[in-house]
Design a protein around this ligand. Structure first.
Ligand SMILES: Nc1ncnc2c1ncn2[C@@H]1O[C@H](COP(=O)(O)OP(=O)(O)O)[C@@H](O)[C@H]1O
Ligand SMILES: [Mg+2]
Length: 632
């Protein structure tokens, strides 16, 4: 039998070396073309940043490490017990029932302890992982909140949702299972090899001869599985984007009767996803049986060589083989193959967790472009005087939307902006609250440059009422108070002030009536009145109304006009209104054209000038007269 020895040694050495080489090779290649996504950050950098999140929980990780070591030791010694029991049974001469029972009880005890270890290990890991990821989600959301309007408009909403949910989830898996499995599997592999060598180094060499095949299958598997995995991921992203785009406009789809066309598109995408998942299942379906086949081969070889050694009572290449050796090896081989297979499957999941981490950190690395100046001030009392001084602004570089705009608004005045669609009215209003930063000129509030005021402090003094009122899912009350504290009396007082009390009074639950997503269980007029109440109750010094009176039925319009007239008396008011009758009593009317002010003055002055305002007014006036005469 000695003639096999050199062959076996060479085979084992080649096996181990090729294993190491191929692993290193695929590791290097992996960085270059990982997951079809251009990775710019290094794995080490990503890992470092993730570790920062894990750092507060280092004690838990140390604890898990020790539990893990304990369970590894148990798992390594348990085959020895079995082989020992086998040895007892085999030898009837010295057999004592007590010995057997003792060993069985010990074995069961070890099993129980290692089960308990596994339970606590996963309990600690799960809760720690969730804590880490919840912090990460929180940071991601806080960061998204700090981005400016222009930055947010460049990132699709679906993508942001995926970052905060799916990607953080991939990272949570990394903390809860992957890392520990990785470490544990490596330890187990080393441990099993050491145990095997200590029992019978010749049989160990035989087992190691299978390593090159395992590595070959693993490398092939990873190549195919990565492709399959990417297809599945793309399929999901595709369907998610399609859904988020189409569910929100389902009403439009129905109005234009496009359900069938949309359905076909969806079926297409769904089909692609199905095929991708099917492909992935196939890859796993081939890999796992292959590994199983290798395992069976190894076991067969063990039985063949081992039993020859036992039956013929010969030494197998210098070492005696007993039936206990065979039993122990039989168990160790399965303990060796399991971690090898799971390492192969887990490695690319780790890579994809890194890819997710990179995507999240990329979003978190976007520096907010509208930020507080280092010496920004808090603004407590505001009178509401506003001035634009030679303001130039462009959303996209070079395309000026506002050109050298200057005007002055006294505190408590009502000023209206008039002009064609796209002339820059909304832009002026959103610059005031610093939703965007201007390129040239200054905007002053009470004579203070708004760039020197803390953004949160600045926005506190503005109340915005826009054409599309956004109501959050919740109750009428929660939508009016917006997380601030107000008594029911205060809320009802505000509602009364803006004439919202009539319809709220008719609701079965009053202020506690449920508001569904986007407030779609209320009419446009009711939503508008609620937004007025929301603004009034927070007592802003400057109120902004952007086409808030458009698309509203005549009955509600009377209510809204009435509340508007009242609101004009409580602070500075900036209005953009389509209907010129709404703004007739404004102290100043600013007429815009292509981002420039072409005239300003009050209603009477502008009518006398007989310019653009006069044209617009007479046009609307004659139209309304015509309508009235037609009705009569
Ligand atoms: N977020 C944006 N990004 C790029 N361009 C925009 C954006 N918002 C508005 N614009 C452009 O700025 C111009 C003025 O728009 P806006 O102020 O909304 O006009 P108005 O409110 O008077 O109808 C338009 O030409 C519009 O296309
Ligand atoms: Mg507008």
């Amino acid at each position: 039998m000695y003639e096999y020895l050199p062959l076996l040694i060479v085979g084992a050495i080649i096996g181990v070396i090729s294993a190491v080489l191929i692993v290193v090779f695929s590791f290097v290649k992996d960085k270059k073309e990982s997951m079809g996504f251009d990775r710019k950050m290094k794995d080490s950098e990503l890992f470092g940043r993730l570790l920062k999140y894990a750092k507060p929980y280092w004690k838990q990780f140390v604890l898990v490490f020790f539990i893990m070591l304990l369970s590894i030791v148990f798992s390594l010694v348990s085959p020895l017990f079995i082989s020992n029991i086998q040895g007892l049974i085999k030898n009837p001469a010295g057999f004592e029932m007590g010995d057997l029972i003792l060993r069985v009880v010990l074995y069961v005890a070890i099993l129980l302890v290692s089960l308990t270890c596994t339970y606590f290990q996963s309990l600690i890991l799960q809760s720690t992982g969730q804590k880490i990821v919840s912090k990460l989600r929180e940071d991601a959301f806080t960061h998204i909140e700090s981005l400016s309007h222009s930055q947010l408009s460049k990132i699709p909403v679906g993508k942001l949702v995926t970052r905060v949910t799916n990607d953080t989830n991939a990272i949570s898996q990394m903390f809860t299972s992957m890392l520990v499995n990785l470490v544990q599997n490596c330890f187990v592999i080393v441990g099993v090899v050491v145990m095997m060598i200590s029992i019978n180094y010749m049989l160990t060499l035989m087992v190691l001869c299978f390593v090159p095949f395992i590595v070959l299958f693993t490398v092939l598997f990873r190549k195919f599985s990565r492709r399959a995995y990417r297809k599945v991921k793309d399929g999901y992203t595709d369907i998610n984007t399609y859904l988020s785009e189409n569910l929100s406009v389902m009403k439009i789809t129905q109005i234009f009767n496009r359900q069938d066309a949309k359905m076909n598109q969806f079926v297409d995408k769904n089909d692609k996803l199905y095929k991708a998942i099917h492909g992935q299942i196939m890859v796993f379906g081939i890999f796992r049986p292959l590994m199983y086949m290798l395992y069976i081969c190894a076991v067969l070889c063990l039985f063949f060589m081992g039993s020859r050694g036992v039956i013929k009572n010969v030494e197998f290449m210098g070492q005696v083989i007993t039936s206990e050796t065979i039993v122990a090896f039989y168990m160790y081989i399965s303990k060796l193959f399991n971690p090898l297979q799971s390492l192969a499957e887990q490695f690319h999941r780790l890579q994809s967790a890194f890819a997710s981490a990179e995507k999240i950190f990329t979003i978190m690395d976007i520096a907010p472009d509208v930020v507080d100046a280092p010496d920004a001030i808090e603004l407590e009392d505001v009178k509401g005087e506003i001035e634009f001084k030679n303001v130039w602004f462009a959303y996209n570089e070079g395309e000026w939307v506002l050109k050298d705009v200057s005007f002055h608004i006294n505190a408590n005045d009502t000023v209206a902006f008039v002009g064609a669609t796209g002339s820059g009215k909304t832009t002026i209003l959103s610059l005031l609250c610093r939703n965007y930063d201007i390129q040239q000129g200054t905007i002053l509030l009470d004579g203070i440059d708004i760039k020197t005021i803390k953004i949160a402090s600045l926005r506190k003094h503005f109340g915005q009422m826009l054409q599309d009122v956004f109501l959050f899912a919740g109750t009428i009350r929660s939508n009016i108070v917006l997380h601030d504290e107000f008594t029911d009396e205060q809320i009802m007082e505000a509602c009364k002030y803006v004439n919202a009390d009539h319809f709220i009074g008719k609701l079965t639950n009053g202020l506690d009536e449920e508001v569904r997503e986007r407030g779609n269980n209320f009419s446009a007029g009711q939503r508008q009145l609620l937004s007025f109440a929301r603004t009034i109750i927070h007592r802003p010094e400057v109120m902004i109304l952007d086409e808030a009176t458009a698309n509203i039925d005549t009955e509600t319009e009377v209510l809204i006009q009435d509340s508007l007239n009242k609101m004009m008396n409580i602070g500075t008011m900036l209005i953009v209104a389509h209907r010129l009758s709404t703004i007739q009593h404004a102290d100043n009317i600013i007429v815009l054209d292509h981002g420039q002010i072409i005239e300003q003055g009050n209603h009477d002055q502008l009518l006398k000038q007989k310019c653009r305002y006069y044209d617009l007014y007479t046009l609307q006036f004659t139209k309304e007269q015509l309508k009235k005469s037609q009705k009569a």
